[in-house]
Design a protein around this ligand. Structure first.
Ligand SMILES: Nc1ncnc2c1ncn2[C@@H]1O[C@H](COP(=O)(O)OP(=O)(O)OP(=O)(O)O)[C@@H](O)[C@H]1O
Length: 614
């Protein structure tokens, strides 16, 4: 926020801030217009019709009363009654009221259709944007807040804003037509109408601004509540919650957050409504002042009885129109504030992946890490330091080291989920940053330790490894054989067509090791990739299965580069090259024999594990 300046007094600044927030109205209108021109146009037309008709009805009311008075006079003088004009006016008024009701229904239908279309459009925009963002952005809690807020609120807000804009337009038209009628009584009456409404308007604007500030400020608490809801009611956490009896503890936290938020809400609601009532009283007082004035003028014979009914109605409806306008404006202000969040998210700068190279300068050179350093955003400790490596096609590499030593981070750098802070990574002699990101990703196949368990068919879960062969059943089977998943898949009720997971009807849950075999098969789908990485996806398998898988993996990757991360030294020993990593740095390297001969950390841990198996 800019510091207050002396020549810009506080109320002016407040007003500027208030008006500035309306800048999203135009964008919301554009969005709605792009969603459906026909529906938006229909809505506009209906708005104008619904805006004019109430004044017409009021005016017809006056004509009816005056015609009644005239007819009564004629009847008293001549004993005759002329029904014709009276019935015509009554019929006309009935038609106008039918018109108003039809316009209201049609508006509701247009709004409902637009809401559905717009909700879908905004959600797709949010999800498409998510595809362009970097992993770092997803891991940034502030950014994640923005995304959550955008998803939660924004799909309904644009239409709400447009509806309010139209309602404002409609009421302004009504108000103009009422003003046209009222000004014939007295311009002062018109002024009175507006002055009466002003205090409520100011209060509304202030309080809706406060409400949004609260909403924005408490976003971390709201997220904490959402998280607790997930933990308390999701299949993957409920096991622990039950067994550790965490329910009351977590529910207590959940309620605690609500109580704090509620106190703040209550204060705001009470202040808002009390001030609304007090300032609204001013409106009521002005109405009755006008009432007395109109009545007096009628008694003095300056206006007719029909005029009196009309002016009173105009004044009353005018007040309602003004207060609806004000509610619309303060609602629009609120919607605009929420939309600002959606646009902040949509306009989040996308990391520029500008590389175009599709073939390296030195084909066949393989992979090189040269003096690579990397620290995670927001962290002070480097996760990778001065890392050097050369891996040639046909070689296999194993990364070993304690938890948190930086192994996964190296893979994230290799796959460009992050870029190094210093140094560079080369593939076939060309910096990864110069490679076309799509070509690069096609050359790499990775299964992370937290691979995704897609709640899809078994075959599709494997097919995910190569989108071009997503539905290719023969390829699924070949990959499943390599990943050693075929034996248990054949025993499933629908084989490769079995639905996995518990989210959908008939879904079957697999064991941890079985899921890992599915993930491995997914890696084997990636036939075109020449760098294959397995980041501990075999931890849940028995040692024999893991050793078998790696043997198979090695045979299938003869001309490729294979990188595996494992805490099992019995498997690691098979690799051509082994790097022992500690604190993001290589402390020992060589093949198994060399490292054993060196008798360092590797040898120590290898012997420790081997003695465990004895
Ligand atoms: N997204 C992240 N943001 C910030 N720091 C991170 C992030 N991921 C990992 N780290 C930190 O970076 C360091 C290296 O983590 P990394 O995941 O690379 O370890 P690892 O060797 O793969 O461990 P493990 O054997 O447990 O899988 C750790 O200190 C960790 O706390």
């Amino acid at each position: 926020m800019s510091p207050p300046s002396n020549n810009n007094p506080a109320p002016a600044r407040e007003l500027h801030r208030f008006l500035g927030i309306f800048r999203y109205t135009r964008r919301a209108l554009e969005l709605v217009w792009q969603t459906s021109r026909r529906l938006t146009f229909g809505l506009m037309l209906l708005t104008v019709v619904a805006g004019v008709l109430p004044a017409v009805a009021t005016w017809l009311g006056k004509l009816i009363v005056d015609a009644v008075v005239a007819a009564m006079e004629v009847y008293q003088a001549s004993g005759e009654i002329d029904y014709q004009p009276l019935l015509t006016y009554v019929l006309l008024e009935a038609l106008v009221l039918i018109g108003i009701s039809a316009a209201q229904r049609a508006t509701a239908a247009h709004q409902a259709l637009l809401r559905a279309l717009l909700g879908q459009k905004v959600n797709v925009m949010i999800l498409e944007k998510a595809q362009t963002l970097s992993l770092a952005q997803f891991e940034d809690s502030e950014f994640y807040d923005k995304l959550t807020r955008a998803r939660r609120e924004a799909s309904i807000r644009p239409l709400a804003l447009v509806n309010k804009t139209f309602s404002l337009l409609q009421n302004t038209i009504s108000l103009a037509s009422f003003a046209f009628l009222l000004i014939q009584f007295s311009p002062w009456a018109l002024l009175l109408l507006f002055i009466g409404a002003l205090p409520v308007f100011i209060a509304e604007a202030k309080f809706s601004g406060d409400a949004f500030q609260i909403f924005r400020r408490r976003s971390p608490e709201t997220r904490a509540q959402m998280y607790l809801e997930t933990v308390l009611a999701r299949e993957d956490s409920i096991k622990e919650v039950k067994l550790f009896q965490l329910g009351p503890l977590l529910l207590g936290r959940y309620k605690g957050i609500f109580d704090t938020l509620f106190k703040e809400d209550r204060r705001l609601i009470l202040r808002r409504e009390t001030w609304g009532f007090l300032l609204g009283l001013l409106g009521t007082l002005t109405f009755y002042a006008a009432y007395a004035w109109v009545v007096l003028e009628t008694v003095l014979g300056k206006i007719t009885l029909g005029d009196m009914t009309m002016y009173l109605l105009v004044f009353k409806q005018g007040q309602t129109a003004i207060s609806t306008c004000l509610t619309s404006i303060s609602g629009m202000y609120e919607d605009n504030l929420y939309l600002s969040n959606l646009y902040e998210y949509l306009e989040q700068p996308v990391p520029g992946e500008t590389g175009r190279i599709t073939a390296g300068e030195k084909p066949g050179d393989g992979l090189r890490f040269e003096g690579v350093h990397f620290t995670y955003p927001g962290s002070t400790r480097p996760a990778v330091q001065d890392f050097n490596l050369h891996l040639k096609p046909g070689e296999s590499l194993a990364l070993v080291g304690e938890n948190g030593s930086g192994k996964t981070t190296l893979i994230k750098l290799l796959t460009r989920l992050y870029d190094p802070d210093q140094g560079r990574i080369l593939l076939d002699g060309t910096d990864l940053r110069d490679w076309n990101p799509l070509t690069l990703r096609q050359r790499i196949g990775v299964i992370f330790q937290d691979f995704v368990r897609y709640q899809f068919l078994v075959g599709e879960n494997i097919g995910m490894g190569d989108v071009e062969a997503f539905s290719d059943q023969e390829r699924w089977q070949a990959a499943a054989e390599s990943g050693m998943a075929n034996t248990f898949i054949d025993k499933l009720s629908d084989g490769y067509q079995t639905q996995l997971g518990r989210w959908f009807k008939g879904g079957q849950e697999l064991s941890g090791g079985q899921w890992q075999k599915i993930a491995l098969s997914r890696a084997f789908m990636r036939e075109k990739a020449d760098i294959l990485v397995l980041d501990e996806p075999t931890a849940a398998m028995d040692a024999e299965a893991e050793a078998q898988i790696f043997e198979y993996f090695r045979q299938h990757t003869l001309n490729k580069m294979a990188i595996l991360i494992s805490h099992r030294f019995s498997t690691v020993r098979m690799a051509d090259k082994i790097l022992f990593i500690q604190g993001g740095q290589v402390i020992e390297q060589g093949n198994h024999q060399e490292l054993m001969a060196a008798d360092g950390r590797y040898a120590e841990l290898f012997n420790l594990q081997a003695s465990g198996y004895r």
